[in-house]
Write a protein that binds this ligand. Structure first.
Ligand SMILES: C[S@@+](CC[C@H](N)C(=O)[O-])C[C@H]1O[C@@H](n2cnc3c(N)ncnc32)[C@H](O)[C@@H]1O
Length: 303
């Protein structure tokens, strides 16, 4: 049996519970779980008003430990400051904001003249952010977009290749997508990068993380040593699950560079290489410099 972390075990247990508890009881079961885990974390002095319940945290990653959730976000903010010139008054867009992991760290950095917008396909995560983050920080806004994702929003009505981001042209100084483009199919990805360019102001910067297939990473992927393991070749890509390729997808570096080029965004070298293809890390190792284990691509809208 493949090695499973505590987070994966917790995530699977929640998935199994969802399948076996009949739908009228699910809401009550979810609330019960949230209250129980929140209370335990508060007693241990680990929870906080901007930290979502465990059930919602597991939606965005291996965050059994609320401290790891907070720390990883602090480090992501460091990346935005060092690599993308984030300022306290920047106008920021977070694509696939999840349950506001990075947003909650940004509330401690941004001034009231800066702004944060985030959107995601996962309704419950977005609603949590609206209730807990926007209610305290009105310059932090969250929206749900009705895009289909078999894993994250099976009821979504639109394809990721069809939507326009719900913001006007040239609006943002900085647009980032943390661990989101590994969940978007190829045609959707080209649209998301074109939309990134549209909403960035000239001179603005984007940061996105990917699992890039290169001469260095490919042997690890082929040996099943990536995190997560990608067991299937799918055209030029590698995926975790052939029945739902977008549940986790790795793209060749040259394919990604070509999309950026075609969309009119200039990749700023070097691409920072993550540890995702260097064996399965323990959760603590998720905390790389900058808090990402995926590869980091920075790009600029030159004009
Ligand atoms: C691994 S989580 C990362 C969440 C967040 N960026 C973070 O770093 O905490 C991936 C997120 O992408 C979102 N997502 C998946 N497909 C999407 C799409 N087509 N558009 C926007 N968000 C999407 C999921 O709902 C999920 O919240």
């Amino acid at each position: 049996m493949a090695f499973m972390t505590g987070d994966e075990t917790a995530g699977r247990l929640i998935g199994v519970a969802k399948r076996f508890i009949p739908s009228p009881g699910r809401w009550i079961a979810a609330r019960f779980l949230d209250i129980t885990t929140n209370s335990l974390e508060r007693i241990m002095g680990r929870g906080g008003p901007l930290t979502p319940p465990l059930r919602i945290r597991l939606h965005v990653g291996p965050f059994l430990d609320p401290e790891l959730y907070r720390l990883s976000a602090e480090q992501n903010v460091e990346a935005l400051r060092e690599l993308c010139d984030l300022r306290r008054d920047s106008r920021i867009l977070d694509i696939g904001c999840g349950c506001g992991r990075v947003a909650s760290a940004l509330t401690r950095y941004m001034s009231s003249t800066g702004s944060y917008d985030g959107f995601d396909v996962a309704k419950e995560a977005v609603e949590w952010c609206q209730r807990h983050i926007s209610a305290r920080f009105p310059n932090f806004r969250f929206r749900c977009t009705p895009v289909f994702s078999q894993r994250y929003s099976p009821r979504g009505s639109r394809g990721s290749s069809e939507i326009a981001f719900p913001y006007e042209d040239n609006r943002f100084d900085l647009v980032f997508a943390a661990s989101v483009f590994t969940h978007i199919p190829p045609d959707g990805l080209a649209n998301y990068i074109a939309e990134t360019r549209r909403v960035l102001r000239p001179g603005g910067t984007s940061l996105a993380t990917f699992c890039l297939l290169t001469d260095s990473s490919l042997p690890f992927v082929e040996a099943g040593l990536s995190a997560p393991p990608l067991r299937h070749k799918y055209g030029d890509f590698w995926v975790r699950d052939l029945d739902d390729p977008a549940s986790f997808i790795a793209y060749p570096e040259r394919f990604i560079r070509e999309i950026y080029w075609n969309c009119g965004l200039t990749v700023v070298d070097p691409i920072r290489i993550g540890s995702w293809a260097a064996g399965s890390p323990e959760p603590a190792e998720v905390l790389q410099p900058f808090g990402f284990n995926q590869d980091i691509v920075i790009a600029m809208k030159v004009q």
